[in-house]
Design a protein around this ligand. Sequence first.
Ligand code: WQD
Length: 337
Amino acid sequence: MKKILVTGGLGFIGSHTVVELQNEGYEVVIIDNLSNTTISVLDSIVSITGITPTFANIDLRNQKAVGDFFDNHTIDGVIHFAAFKAVGESVGSPLSYYQNNLNTLIYLLQELTVRKIDNFIFSSSCTVYGQADSLPITEKEPVKPAESPYGYSKQAGEIILRDSCKASELNAISLRYFNPIGAHPSIKIGELPLGVPQNLIPYITQTAAGLRGELSVFGDDYPTKDGTAVRDYIHVVDLAKAHISALARLMHKENKSNYEFFNVGSGTGSSVLEVIKAFEKASGKPLRYKIVGRREGDVTAAYADTTLANKELKWKTTLSLDDALASAWKWQLAQEK
Ligand code: WQD
């Protein structure tokens, strides 16, 4: 049984990916320092699959601890989620973002190249494109100067990966996520934002649940169908399955070069107002919201051309925006119990 290390495996996307890895028959080892999640997610994963992953509470910024881990585990592949990911927060704390998001990647890659662990999947983001010149966004779209230290840490991460693959036997795939939303159909795992949610969907569900007064819609003066910004919302389970496809590509040596990257989105752009309307339909609850000014750093529109991932990863989304919003609402209601 192939053994896969999932860093950040108790996080939102990480936990959903662990479930899919176990469903595929992989043995899973999770590293997480619990800085942005809770240990209860581990039990929730077990309650879904009946399989207990190995768990190591390690901070990947501790280079010695990373080396010790690999002394004790024979790993066949790594899926690296562990990183700080709040765009706004990164502007105020650039050094902690660069230290956490880049040092940890470098420590991991140093171990992998020495130990000849050749399969690595990197959690990247559509943020690397900034405001793309053409839509939908293909992988040929140029990477633009980042608008935040978070975005730059993803761009730098991809470059570090590309250069490491060139200089070693390492094979890697970066998956450029669009906007992951929703929760596992079991409603046992989902998004657990700590504090005030930065992202749209958890803010919507907390507003509908009465935990927030009303949603602030950040701008309705964008050059879009209804003036509100457009994003590509992808169900987190579809996103998790893209990691299974990417890992299989590497394990079966089907990759066409030693460093590849793919856009992982639904391929559909939805405006904030469209999401609100879809949520009201999915939840049966009217949503209180007000229009306010634009948020610093937001782009007008971003949605994926998924042709390359569909073809090369033999992967495509199967769940809709409505499915994702309904699962997000059910997950929110489950939090109150
Ligand atoms: C979506 C839309 C907001 C909150 C970020 C990161 C990206 C990825 C996903 C990590 C935007 C609007 C939001 C609110 C609003 N994260 N909005 N009111 O900014 O597209 O992407 O999260 O990988 O890298 O950049 O996601 O959910 O914050 O915003 O009107 O209270 O909802 O303006 O148009 P975003 P988001």
